[in-house]
Design a protein around this ligand. Structure first.
Ligand code: 5AD
Ligand code: SF4
Length: 445
């Protein structure tokens, strides 16, 4: 039996955020443990999983399109097993079988650690299997993960979200906040260090409330301080922070640490207090501005990035202009900008004054124009300076170049030369800054 399983091949396609990336790594880990090997050639796979996102409608449409494409492969190979996982699976459940009859199983976000049992059931039952629990039964601690890459790894520290921002589907598909025990996290990071990983990113939908489900007030600050002690790791990142929960204790730990990177991703979502209140974000622009001032005072070299949604219900032209002005005041290093997408079941979906798509698109463009100018101006200031980069590997678009990141998470490209440098910390002198990447030359090499 084992022999037949051993020759099987799998492909796992991942959409959405880093949490999904990490879940996929745990799918791959589990499937490897029962003899599957990875292939990126879908037409050679015996098992294809799509790990889905449903944060915006556009993501869902793209994913349903991809699921549709797999029908052709199933026609050629009737033994092909097709599974749908992730947030859209949690939301749509057996609807997925109705929309796509060639799908064999649907696995929810709370069942990630149950994949091998599920696959065995699918293989034996020869019928569709739906495995979507409404709640997490326990934290999935003992699931092997096969990490993409060898330099940088994601480590989840908490699952779920309690915030219920009125636009957001995540609390409905990822459940309530559950923090992993600190010792388990540290053990995992030490192990990654021993395997040669140099950078870790602590993951959670709201990392700043780490430990609060266990009545620890400054749990995240304490965790960061502990992770900072892990010898073999050179750089520590974390995401995502909720501005309301980012506090002085965390900023102080970052300030004292050598390894926690000077990068703050703090999604503001809107620069209008009226819109922020309707979004249920729990802070004002004044609060946020003070927070940024504190960070810049304590960590002057910090890069600060954000997420912004345009076209939230009731966002008038005037309120949108407040967001534009806010961008100009704060001067973010980068902003990830999104068009508001109605998610049914969320409070904002039934709010009055929904904004027409054409208007939302125009606002997005205006926002990007302002932000791109600012990003470029900030990056230009780096021209002529020497930065420390952690080498991740060849550039995606040009394999004569290597790609690495600064501690502030800027992407740096330079000409590949000399022996293998992946995983090393090198100095690069920046000679050409662009909006999203900076180009340079190896310095003193
Ligand atoms: N529409 C548009 N963008 C959204 N986001 C979350 N929900 C929605 C939605 N319904 C954005 C937020 C969040 C990022 C991950 O996705 O900006 O920070
Ligand atoms: Fe990640 Fe949210 Fe998308 Fe789920 S819905 S994959 S949590 S971004």
């Amino acid at each position: 039996m084992q022999d037949t399983i051993q020759s099987k091949r799998m492909s796992v396609l991942t959409y959405g955020c880093q949490m999904n990336e990490n879940d996929s790594e745990r799918f791959v880990g589990q499937l490897k443990s029962v003899g599957y090997e990875l292939t990126d050639k879908l037409d050679q796979a015996d098992l294809i999983m799509i790990n889905t996102c449903c944060v915006r409608e556009s993501a869902e449409q793209k994913i349903y399109g991809k699921i549709g494409e797999l029908k052709r492969l199933k026609a050629v190979n009737p033994n092909l097993i097709i599974g749908i996982a992730g947030c859209m699976a949690q939301k749509d459940r057996d609807e997925i079988f109705k929309k796509a009859a060639h799908v064999d199983f649907v696995i929810g976000t709370h069942n990630v650690h149950k994949l091998t049992e599920l696959i065995a059931e699918v293989e034996n039952k020869k019928d569709k299997v739906l495995a979507v629990w409404d709640q997490a039964e326990r934290l999935a601690e003992d699931v092997p993960a096969v990490h993409k890459g060898k330099v940088s790894a994601y480590v989840p520290i908490m699952y779920g979200c309690n915030n219920f921002c009125t636009y957001c589907i995540v609390p409905y598909v990822r459940g309530r906040e559950r923090s992993r025990p600190m010792e388990d996290i540290i053990k995992e990071i030490e192990q990654l260090g021993q395997e040669g990983f140099k950078e870790i990113t602590l993951l959670g939908q709201n990392v700043n409330s780490y430990g609060k489900d266990d009545k620890q007030e400054d749990g995240f600050a304490q965790l960061l301080a502990r992770v900072d002690q892990v010898e073999s790791i050179e750089r520590i990142r974390y995401m995502t922070s909720h501005p309301r929960d980012m506090n002085q204790a965390v900023i102080d730990v970052i300030c004292q640490s050598k390894k926690i990177c000077e990068q703050f991703h703090l999604p503001i979502q809107s620069g209008s207090n009226r819109v922020l209140a309707k979004m249920n974000r729990g802070y004002t622009t004044e609060y946020y501005t003070k927070l940024i001032e504190q960070i810049r005072k304590k960590v002057p070299q910090a890069s600060i990035t954000t997420d912004i949604i345009v076209g939230f219900p009731g966002e008038t032209e005037e309120l949108f202009l407040e967001t534009l002005e806010f961008l100009k005041t704060i001067r973010f290093d980068a902003a990830y900008t999104f068009i508001y997408s109605k998610r049914s079941g969320t409070p904002a979906a039934t709010m009055p004054d929904q904004i027409p798509l054409a208007e939302k698109k125009a606002r997005l463009q205006a926002l990007m124009d302002v932000q791109n100018t600012i990003s470029l101006e900030i990056n230009k200031q780096l021209e002529g300076s020497v930065v420390e980069v952690l080498v991740e590997g060849p550039s995606k678009n040009d394999d004569t170049k290597l790609m690495g990141r600064t501690r502030t998470n800027k992407i740096i490209l330079w000409d590949k030369q000399g022996p293998e440098q992946v995983g090393q910390l090198l100095s690069v002198k920046i000679d050409h800054a662009q909006t999203w990447v900076l180009k340079g030359k190896l310095y003193n090499y």
